[in-house]
Each structure stands twice: as C-alpha cells, then as structure tokens.
Design a protein around this ligand. Sequence first.
Ligand code: PLP
Length: 365
Amino acid sequence: MIPFLNLGNVNARHRDEIVSAMIRVLDSGWYILGNEVRAFEKKFADYCGVSHAIGVANGLDALTLIFKAYMELGLMSEGDEVIVPANTYIASMLAVSANRLIPVPVEPHPDTFNIDIKQIEESISPRTKAIMVVHLYGQIGYSDELQKLADKYGLKVIEDSAQAHGALSQGKRAGSLGDASGFSFYPGKNLGALGDGGAVTTNDAELAHTIRALGNYGSKVKYENLFKGANSRLDELQAAILSVKIQYLDHDNQRRRVIAKQYLESICNPKLNLPKSISPESHVWHLFVVRTEQRDVFQQHLKDKAIGTVIHYPVPPHKQQAYGEWNVRSYPVTEEIHRTVLSLPIDPSMSDDEVRAVIDACNCY
Ligand SMILES: *Cc1c(COP(=O)(O)O)cnc(C)c1O
C-alpha cells in the first residue's frame, strides 16, 4: 500500500530530535508565549527573509488577522473588496469574509492553477483594497506583473503561503513577496507541526505589532487592551517541534522536486494532463495534481493498485453552501479544474520503488 501521505513516516525520520524537543518543553514548565515561540519566529523570519514572523494558532487565523490588522489600522473597512483566486482552498476566502470584507473570485490559469493575472483588472472596483495571491499546490503565484497591477491601483498584496513554505521567486521566498503573508503548519503541509499552527510574515513593523496584539486578546502589555482581539497563539510545544523540522524543510522540498521530475519525465499516458512548473525553484510540490477526463475511474484504478490519492478540491468555494449567494455564478475554468483534478502521492519519505510503482500504475491506466 502506498498511502497518499504517510505522516507517521515523515515525522519518524526525526523522532529522537522531536522527542527531546517535547521533553524540553515539558520540563521547562512554560507552555505559552515563551522562548520556544520566540526562537522559532526568529528562525522562520530569517528563513523567509523578512523582519517579522508572528506565530498564531493556525493558517486561517494567520490570514484572518492580517485583514483584521489592516482594518484596525484604518486601511480597510467593512464592505471593501479583496481579489482571490476562484479555485483556492476555501480558507483563503473565509479569512476575508470573517472580517466582513468581500472576496471577489477571479479565474485561475489552467496551466499553473494560480490566479490569471490577465483577468484581475476587470474585477477591480473602487472598493478593492487587496489582491490575495495563493501559491496553490506549492507553486509561486506572485509575479512582477501582479505587483505592477497592485501598485497601479494602490492595492495590498497578501500571500496565502499555506502550501508553499520555501518556494522561491527570483531568489525571494514565499512569505517575503507581498505586504504580508499567512502560513499554516497543519501536519500535512510542507512544514508541518504535530497539531495546528500558523504564522504571519511581513516587513511592516506596525502591521506586525498590531497582529501580535490582536492574537493575544488585543494586548501588547498584559491587562492593557488596545483592540477587541482574539486568542490565537502558536504553542511552545508546536514551536519547539517546528524548530526541529524547519532544519529539514529544504531537504524535503528538494526530495519533492526529484519525485515531481520523475513523474513529469516518466508518466506518459495521453489520458493524463500533467502539471506545469514555471521554474524548478518556484515550486515546492505540496501537491502533484494531474487532470483527467474520467477522474473517478482513474482514482479507482490507482486504488486497485493500492495507491492512495486525494482530490484537491472536489467542490469550488462558489458552489459551497457556505457561499450560497454565489451558487448561481459560473467560473468555467475553476469548475473544469474541480471536475478533473487528482493528487498523486508526493510524500518526501517515499522510496524510489514507491515512486516507480506510482508511475507504472499511471502508465497502465
Ligand atoms: C491549509 C490551508 C489554509 C489554512 O490553514 P489551517 O492551518 O488549516 O487553518 C489556508 N489556505 C490554504 C491554501 C491552505 O492550503
């Protein structure tokens, strides 16, 4: 059996280091906002190449708090609009909606699955305040062209980097490209904790301080509340584990790239449409997503060969009950993607034999 993602295996490679990190936290007697969070934030900021990283409870909170902070700072207000890719994971949109801002979906490009820059401008209105660029499946969605467009209309660029830890754009990492970025450390992400976790990265000191306060009841100094904040903090325990795992992030991303290269070179079945990467360093292959007309039949074929796959994602946000007000709208590129995509295993702990078995199974479909 080749599972879609063997998280037990992924973490077992660092078992001793993770166990000693957990024991260190246990014995310290300090579990919330201490040295471990501070140390990891520093490591993660340095890794991304930004001046601030703020640990938060999860990826959705990271994105939500970015918008909340802009509202507290008076740069956005209720009813303002944010451009988002129509095919993103719904969390990107929930972060906007949670602040009573309005997500405005824009179609992706079918080759990269990332927002189609050519289609952004027609969706910009006088109320548009930001573009959320989602580096979907691990590939950078940001570009100079996108930044130029944002500058032309005075828009913030917010990155959803939840799937793209370590991806590079012209030598700069995801998380350092826009005005602020949200990361998730959900266990299955390229940098994953053993539970929930997230972070915001930014070079904007005022934004960073506001987000830090908002995630801690709106308080910078204990019992002095500046804002109506939330409780959204990264645990000391998760921070200690992430400090172990971040050492192996580049190695794991490189392994993902090698597996992706093998898939791209060796899967040669005309019924399968393989993903495209704009450059090797811009993609960290959080997911390897193929498209095929008879997706469910193909998924069953792989299941019969004992290969696990997942659909990312079966239903687009605009067809969800949660966004009922959008259900009548039509986003044909997005709908086509959701109808045809299937993610193959691309687990950094996979063996070469397992990679070969996936290739063989794809070629005999
Ligand atoms: C995982 C993910 C999120 C949300 O992260 P959580 O930590 O699960 O809240 C947001 N956006 C995208 C694109 C994701 O993949």
